[in-house]
Each structure stands twice: as structure tokens, then as C-alpha cells.
Design a binder for this molecule. Structure first.
Ligand code: PLP
Length: 383
């Protein structure tokens, strides 16, 4: 098999050996229903408890403030639908949220909620003054992502949390692209809700969670038994949770070093690429960006064609988020930042993980230089 270089880590990350071992253990020697009173149940409960502790530590939460879900999509839907699903509810969010927030907020509008979507400037940041102005009227919930999945732009969530707290308004942040890539301290941040997903930091897919600040009420989204303190019923996804716990423990022990290494790798890739390939621009270059992500605009190139050609050469990357890739529209995130349709179509996202190397980054730049030149020649001949 030819070599594969995986640079689509904002879509999902490869589970590490520790994670796979933890999943296998939860499906073999620790199998059992955590609600059973016998010893198999006790072993499964032990896995559940230690995994909850590890994940809670990674997000800066007390273990009993963390509810495991099937991922960030469910956690986001839970908060938005349970708090804003009625006429008269007022939700403030942004124009650049992940589709799980975007689609939920559209559905809420259909049932009579008022939704205000904050625009961003060219760098991808929302305007805090505009948020402060909107908060002068009664608001049910503010939901703003911490890190954008397409551009890696980091929002000033501490400031957003402070503004919400000052007005007594509930604040939810989708931290799916932040957890494991920067220091997340949910308690200190002062948010009321924080969603995340384990497969963004080398955990398994189909597991994530929601932090809910102590004392804040959130009615259940699904009804059933007493699992997850009765807040999120259903037999726990023990293998997934065990994998999430292992991934969280590894990341917690190496976070500072990981962030530093990823930033060096991403920066080296960007610098090398910008030196070797003309007319390439970094979307959100001036913004505070997460350590592993670069979103690049290749002037005169069809991004979709570039992604396909790179795929043929063993390089995995994407044009926008994995959930939107199959749709023909240009990225709404890049459009919100002021890019034209053709500029958005010419953009490609590369996202690194600790499993990538500098050597891989160099190989990708070489291949990119060839493929971009070919596509530019082709489009000139075509014109
Ligand atoms: C910012 C953001 N929010 C939510 C999600 C959805 O997470 P999950 O795959 O766990 O449902 C993702 C993943 O693509 C994401 O990047």
C-alpha cells in the first residue's frame, strides 16, 4: 500500500495504542453493565468512574459535572433544544458554528424562537461590543464555539463568559476543537455548559460529553433509567468511554508539550509552503489560531480538485468540515469571514496531530507544489 499522510485531524484523529487497549479491555475483561450490582457490574463501574475522572480533569471539571453523550452533536442539541425550544426564547449564536449548532438553531427558529447570529470580522473573530449590545435585551442562552473547526480561529470565550455572567445569561461553548489542543478549564472559564468530542483528541468516535455547571438545571434530552446521574439515560457506551478516558489521560499528561510541538509543526508547514508556492494565503492568518490547523487559499485553484488529487497521492485533507464536505456549497465559515465564493472554493484545510512528523509536512509541501502548479496550468489553458 502506498504511504498515507493523514492531515485531517479536525475531522477525526487516529486512536492511539493506549486508547485501543482501553477499548479492548472494556469489551473483554471489564465488560459488564455498569448498573448491575454483581462483580462484573462493579468492574464496569470502576472503568466508568476512572474514565470520568480522567476526562473531567482534561476539561477542568468536577467528575459529577460531566455527562457522557454520543458526542458533541448530541451535547450541542441537548443544550439548545432543551433551553430554547419554545416561542419567545432568545438565542444568540454566531455565523460560524458547526452544523450541529447551525441546524439546531434553524430548527428553533421554525418553532418560534428568536435567533441572533453574530457575524465575524475578516480574521474570523466575533465582535464583543455587538454581543454586549445584544445582551442588553433579555436573552435565554448564548452559544459560541471556542475554536472554529475549519480555520482554527479561537474566540475570546473568557470575555464572552464574563459578559454573559454580568448579565445573568446562560453561556454554552462548543469546545470540540479546543479540548486536548489548549488548556480547557470549564470551571474557571465560567461557562454554564461545555460540549466536547473524544475523537478529536485520539479517543473513539461516538463518545463525547457535556459539562454542566453545578446548580444549573438542564432537563434531560432523552428519558429512561438513572444512568449519568439520571440526566442522560441509556446504558453507557463503556468501550467508548474507556477509550475517551485513556485518550484524556495521555493528553492531560502531555498537553503543554503537545501544543508546543503541534504549533511548531503547523508553523513550519505554513512557512515552507508559503516560500515554495506563490499566491497562497492563510485564512484567518491574523487571528489567534489553534496550534494544529491551517486553512489555505490557493489562488486560481479549485480546492475540491486539489483535495482529490492529494487524496490520489496518499494525502488526506479536506475543504471544509467533514459534515459539510459532500455538499457543493462554498464554506459558510469562510464566506462569513468575507471571502468571495471563488476564494472559499479555492481553500483547503490541513490539520495536524501528534502522529504527524516534520518529514511528512515537507513531503506534503513538495507534492502540493506540483499539484497546485498542474491545476493552475490546467485552469489557464481552460480559460
Ligand atoms: C466544532 C465542532 N462541533 C461539533 C462537532 C461534532 O462532534 P461529534 O462528531 O462528536 O458529533 C465537531 C466535529 O466535527 C466539531 O468540529
Amino acid at each position: 500500500m502506498s504511504r498515507e499522510i493523514y492531515l485531517d485531524n479536525n475531522a477525526t484523529t487516529q486512536p492511539t495504542a493506549e486508547v485501543m487497549a482501553a477499548v479492548a479491555n472494556a469489551m473483554s475483561s471489564s465488560f459488564g453493565n455498569p448498573s448491575s450490582s454483581h462483580r462484573s457490574g462493579a468492574r464496569a463501574r470502576h472503568v466508568l468512574r476512572t474514565s470520568r475522572e480522567a476526562v473531567a480533569e482534561l476539561i477542568g471539571a468536577s467528575p459529577d459535572a460531566l455527562f457522557f453523550t454520543s458526542g458533541a452533536t448530541e451535547a450541542n442539541n441537548w443544550v439548545l433544544q432543551r433551553l430554547c425550544m419554545q416561542p419567545g426564547a432568545r438565542l444568540i449564536t454566531t455565523e460560524i458554528e458547526h452544523s450541529s449548532i447551525k441546524s439546531s438553531s434553524e430548527m428553533l427558529e421554525n418553532v418560534g424562537a428568536a435567533v441572533f447570529r453574530l457575524p465575524t470580522d475578516k480574521s474570523g473573530h466575533i465582535d464583543l461590543q455587538q454581543l454586549a449590545d445584544l445582551l442588553k435585551a433579555p436573552v435565554t442562552l448564548v452559544s459560541a464555539q471556542w475554536v472554529n473547526n475549519e480555520t482554527g480561529v479561537i474566540q475570546p470565550v473568557e470575555e464572552i463568559a464574563r459578559l454573559c455572567r454580568d448579565r445573568g445569561v446562560l453561556f454554552h461553548t462548543d469546545a470540540s476543537q479546543a479540548v486536548g489542543k489548549l488548556v480547557v478549564d470549564a470551571e474557571k472559564l465560567g461557562c454554564d455548559f461545555l460540549s466536547f468530542s473524544a475523537h478529536k483528541f485520539h479517543g473513539p468516535q461516538g463518545v463525547g460529553g457535556l459539562f454542566v455547571r453545578q446548580g444549573v438545571q438542564l432537563p434531560p434530552f432523552v428519558f429512561g433509567g438513572g444512568q449519568e446521574f439520571g440526566w442522560r439515560p441509556g446504558t453507557e457506551n463503556l468501550p467508548g468511554i474507556a477509550g475517551a478516558g485513556a485518550a484524556a489521560a495521555t493528553r492531560r499528561n502531555s498537553l503543554t508539550q503537545t501544543v508546543c510541538e503541534l504549533a511548531q509543526l503547523r508553523d513550519a508547514f505554513e512557512q515552507c509552503l508559503l516560500r515554495q508556492i506563490p499566491d497562497v494565503y492563510v485564512n484567518g492568518e491574523r487571528a489567534n489560531r489553534i496550534c494544529n490547523t491551517t486553512n489555505l487559499r490557493f489562488e486560481g485553484v479549485d480546492g475540491e480538485a486539489l483535495v482529490a488529487r492529494l487524496d490520489q497521492r496518499g494525502i488526506r485533507c479536506s475543504q471544509s468540515s467533514a459534515c459539510m464536505n459532500r455538499r457543493p456549497e462554498p464554506s459558510y465559515v469562510l464566506r462569513a469571514m468575507g471571502l468571495s465564493e471563488s476564494e472559499a472554493y479555492a481553500s483547503v484545510r490541513f490539520s495536524f496531530s501528534v502522529l504527524n512528523s516534520h518529514e511528512e509536512a515537507e513531503v506534503v509541501v513538495e507534492i502540493l507544489a506540483e499539484e497546485v502548479a498542474k491545476l493552475r496550468r490546467f485552469s489557464m489553458n481552460f480559460c
